[in-house]
Design a protein around this ligand. Structure first.
Ligand SMILES: Cc1cc2nc3c(=O)[nH]c(=O)nc-3n(C[C@H](O)[C@H](O)[C@H](O)COP(=O)(O)OP(=O)(O)OC[C@H]3O[C@@H](n4cnc5c(N)ncnc54)[C@H](O)[C@@H]3O)c2cc1C
Length: 162
C-alpha cells in the first residue's frame, strides 16, 4: 500500500487512509462517478441532496482525495483565472457576470456546507477578498508553502495573490 499520508498535510492529518476493498463484480446504480476528488464528491453530495433515494456509486482507484483535491493550497477564491473582460468579449457581458456571480456563490456555498455538515475545516473568510483560507495554524501555513512550491510558485505571498 502506498504511504498516502506522506503526500500532503491534508492526507497526513486525515486519519485512517486504508483504501476500501475493490469491487469484485458488477454493481447496479443510477449514477456511477469515477474519482473521489472535489468534482466527484461534490457531484455525489448534490445528487444525494436532490434525490436521497438515488443509488450513487463513487469509484476511486486510490483513496478519496488522492489527486489534486488532497494536495492543494486549500484556498477557496472567487477570483477567475481569466479576465472578466476576456470572458465578456468571448461570451457576452451577461455570461461573464453570471460566471463571476457563480464564483462568489461557490465560496459562500462551501462555507454554508461546512457549517451545515459540521465540517471542521478551520475556515476563515477574508474580508478584503471574497474567499476562505484554511486557517492560520503553522502546520497549515507549511502545507500552503509546500503546495505553492509544488505548483511552481515561490512564496506564500505569490500564492495568496492567486
Ligand atoms: C499544487 C496545487 C495547488 C492547488 N491549490 C488550489 C487552491 O488553493 N484552491 C483551489 O481551489 N484549487 C487549487 N488547486 C486546484 C484543485 O486542487 C483542483 O482543481 C481540484 O482538486 C480538481 O479536483 P478533481 O476532483 O477534478 O480532480 P482530482 O482531485 O485530481 O481527483 C481525481 C480523482 O480521480 C481518481 N481517478 C483517476 N482515474 C481514475 C479511474 N480510472 N478510476 C477511478 N478513479 C480515478 C484519482 O485517484 C483522484 O482521486 C491546486 C492544484 C494543485 C495541483
Amino acid at each position: 500500500m502506498k504511504d498516502y499520508a506522506s503526500y500532503s498535510y491534508w492526507l497526513e492529518t486525515a486519519g485512517d487512509l486504508t483504501p476500501r476493498p475493490p469491487l469484485d463484480g458488477s454493481i447496479d446504480c443510477d449514477v456511477a462517478i469515477l474519482g473521489a476528488g472535489y468534482t466527484g464528491l461534490w457531484t455525489a453530495y448534490y445528487l444525494l441532496r436532490a434525490r436521497p433515494g438515488l443509488r450513487v456509486v463513487l469509484l476511486e482507484k486510490e483513496i478519496a482525495g488522492f489527486g489534486a483535491s488532497g494536495r492543494n493550497g486549500g484556498w477557496c477564491s472567487s477570483k477567475l483565472n481569466i479576465g472578466l473582460d476576456v470572458l465578456a468579449e468571448r461570451h457576452g457581458p451577461e455570461a461573464a457576470r453570471a460566471v463571476q456571480r457563480a464564483m462568489y456563490e461557490s465560496v459562500d456555498e462551501i462555507g454554508r456546507v461546512c457549517a451545515a455538515e459540521r465540517i471542521d475545516a478551520d475556515t476563515t473568510k477574508l474580508r478584503r477578498r471574497h474567499r476562505y483560507h484554511p486557517g492560520r495554524r503553522p502546520a497549515v501555513r507549511r502545507a500552503r508553502a509546500r503546495a505553492a512550491r509544488q505548483s511552481g510558485r515561490h512564496t506564500i505571498a505569490n500564492h495568496s495573490r492567486h
